[in-house]
Design a protein around this ligand. Structure first.
Ligand SMILES: [Zn+2]
Length: 94
């Protein structure tokens, strides 16, 4: 999320925070990226972020050896989780 000012960033971080603990942090390397926001994959691989596995919600870091990226915004912690979610979705459609 790109904010124009620090106070706007803090205000956005406070929204809905009754249920979710959020905070605002400035990433200077993202300045100028408003028009081409980084993908989740880029944030994880190049900027030290982590993502949640789409299946089990385990944290996936850049150095996770078994991570499986299905797109630049979808990651699984392992092939087992890819298979498990595929099996679950397949059952839903049957
Ligand atoms: Zn997983």
């Amino acid at each position: 999320m790109f904010a124009d000012t620090p106070s706007q960033a803090r205000a956005w971080a406070d929204l809905d925070s009754d249920y979710v603990d959020r905070s605002a942090r400035r990433f200077p390397e993202m300045d100028g990226r408003e028009k081409t926001p980084p993908t989740l994959r880029e944030l994880v691989s190049d900027h030290g972020w982590f993502a949640f596995c789409r299946c089990c919600e385990r944290s996936v870091f850049a150095d996770c050896p078994d991570a499986v990226w299905q797109s630049d915004d979808e990651v699984f912690c392992s092939e087992a989780c890819v298979a498990q979610l595929a099996k679950y979705l397949g059952r839903g459609r049957a």
